[in-house]
Design a binder for this molecule. Structure first.
Ligand SMILES: [Fe+2]
Length: 215
């Protein structure tokens, strides 16, 4: 009888305390996996880091273009660098709202000839526009993170302008030597234009009079 009671007491204690102990020792990876936003937060961090590195790379490419006498190309690189800053600051803001501190490692840019730098920038922006941002956008929709949906949608569309302008410059590089050209960047989405032909940004509807001209 005594043994039976002891056995019952042990079983009761186990039934009462084991679930409590289990909840208390849930490992960190299990908690992360449970977060419905974890994948989108990871994507925001990837985009933030990618845009910060692109910003540093395009400023280095601009210096090289100036050295080689391509002032119009240097102006385009400086303007797109500013656009990347608009985008990484926006991604950082979304992460902060989600309670996550933005973090990235800036790698030393690999600088080649201006033609190679333009081709490399064109490829990087094309990847962001066609592959990275569309995938991140779909995930953000699944995770139901509205601010990230807006950020990725605008970044993809604005990055399209970077692709177009880099492609145009690759095709007219020789002709552009010695010329100076104006470019303007949208302070809200990072869209870049080479002429102000409408009153609002075609991506985010910010007034074009607020666009920044980069010198
Ligand atoms: Fe815009």
């Amino acid at each position: 009888m005594l043994m039976k009671n002891i056995g019952f007491a042990v079983a009761l204690a186990a039934a009462l305390f084991l679930p409590i102990a289990y909840i208390g020792i849930t490992p960190a990876y299990a908690q992360e996996a449970a977060s419905p936003q974890s994948k989108t937060i990871e994507n925001l961090m990837t985009a933030y880091s990618g845009e910060q590195n692109a910003h540093a790379r395009y400023l280095a490419f601009a210096r090289k273009a100036s050295e080689e006498g391509y002032e119009a190309v240097a102006g385009l690189f400086r303007t797109v660098a500013r656009a990347e800053q608009v985008q990484y600051e926006h991604h950082a803001g979304v992460m902060k709202k989600l309670g996550v501190a933005p973090n990235s490692v800036i790698e030393a840019p690999v600088v080649k000839s201006t033609r190679e730098n333009l081709e490399s920038a064109f490829s990087a922006e094309t990847y962001e526009k066609d592959v990275m941002y569309p995938a991140f956008l779909e995930q953000a929709k699944k995770d139901n993170v509205e601010d990230a949906v807006d950020a990725f949608k605008n970044a993809a569309a604005a990055t399209g302008s970077h692709v177009r302008l880099y492609a145009m410059m690759v095709n007219s590089l020789t002709l552009s030597k010695g010329l100076v050209k104006d470019y303007y960047v949208c302070p809200l989405c990072g869209n870049v234009i080479d002429a102000i032909t409408s009153s609002v940004c075609p991506v985010c509807f910010t007034e074009t009079k607020k666009f920044i001209r980069i010198k």
